[in-house]
Design a protein around this ligand. Structure first.
Ligand code: IPM
Length: 162
């Protein structure tokens, strides 16, 4: 089903109704690359990435699991020092439907000095933190039992409280 840049070329929108319907009716979706330089200067609502965000939101796919491991055969191909890259076996758990990508208010304005400013809002509800944390803990339990929260709790009070 067309999605992202391919869908823009075919239908003029990054996430056509038929694609979303097919996705909703499927048990699983295999998603390929969605963008490219060709659409980089499109308005935001006509960018391939917007289609992906619409899909994440519509399907409520809030948990993104990104494994990272280094095959022994490829350890010397890494830009990292061998002793750092060797044996890497991580699972990154990333929250996908909350936070700064979706937070409001967002946009552009002018400050008191007449300077143009831009802003995006990082906002999470407790339930969003709770459910992604559960996925992370459950995933860690099935692996080595280790979990590291990547945040900036020493500066951002919201990160440490929720
Ligand atoms: C295409 C873009 C919206 C997306 C993201 O930033 O989430 C991608 O870079 C990714 O990491 O899956």
């Amino acid at each position: 089903m067309p999605m992202g840049g391919a869908a823009l070329d075919l239908t003029g929108v990054p996430l056509p109704e038929e694609t979303l319907l097919a996705a909703k009716q499927s048990d699983a979706i295999l998603l390929g690359a969605i963008g490219g330089y060709k659409w980089d200067t499109n308005e935001k609502h006509l960018k391939p990435e917007t289609g992906l965000l619409q899909l994440r939101e519509a399907l409520k796919v809030f948990a993104n699991l990104r494994p990272a491991s280094v095959l022994p055969q490829l350890v010397d191909a890494s830009t990292l020092k061998k002793e750092v890259a060797e044996g890497v076996d991580l699972m990154v758990v990333r929250e996908l439907t909350g936070g700064i990508y979706f937070g409001k208010p967002r946009g552009f304005s002018t400050d008191e000095n007449g300077e143009e400013i831009g802003f995006n809002t990082e906002v999470y509800a407790t339930y969003e933190i709770d459910r992604i944390a559960r996925i992370a803990f459950e995933t860690a339990r099935k692996r080595r039992g280790k979990l590291c929260s990547v945040d900036k709790a020493n500066v951002l009070e919201v990160a440490s409280r929720l």
